[in-house]
Design a protein around this ligand. Structure first.
Ligand SMILES: [Ca+2]
Ligand SMILES: [Ca+2]
Length: 98
């Protein structure tokens, strides 16, 4: 498998790992989302000063307002964070050449 394929597979595995903590393995409820962020995105969580960050993420991403995130609703979080990371990465690289 290529690196990108592996990344996609781990993304799917992480989502389902946390989503299946309750009976509904297809979606993340708020508790599951919180656990995922705490365990898998600790530096993102640290960078957030807002204590209700999980609530606001849920509100932002939950398109159909059922208080749960399916995989489709979850993906924009990862995409958004990846874009933020990429910007940091570019910034670091520029700093490095100085
Ligand atoms: Ca679930
Ligand atoms: Ca939803």
């Amino acid at each position: 498998m290529t690196n990108l394929e592996k990344s996609m597979e781990s993304l799917i595995m992480v989502f389902h790992h946390y989503a299946s903590e309750d009976k509904d393995g297809k979606t993340l409820n708020k508790k599951e989302l919180k656990k995922l962020i705490q365990n898998e995105l600790p530096s993102f969580l640290k960078s957030q000063k807002n204590a209700n960050v999980v609530d606001s993420i849920m509100k932002d991403l939950d398109q159909n307002k059922d208080d749960k995130l399916d995989f489709e609703e979850f993906i924009p979080l990862v995409v958004g964070l990846s874009m933020a990371c990429e910007k940091c990465y570019v910034l670091h690289e520029k700093k490095g050449t100085k």
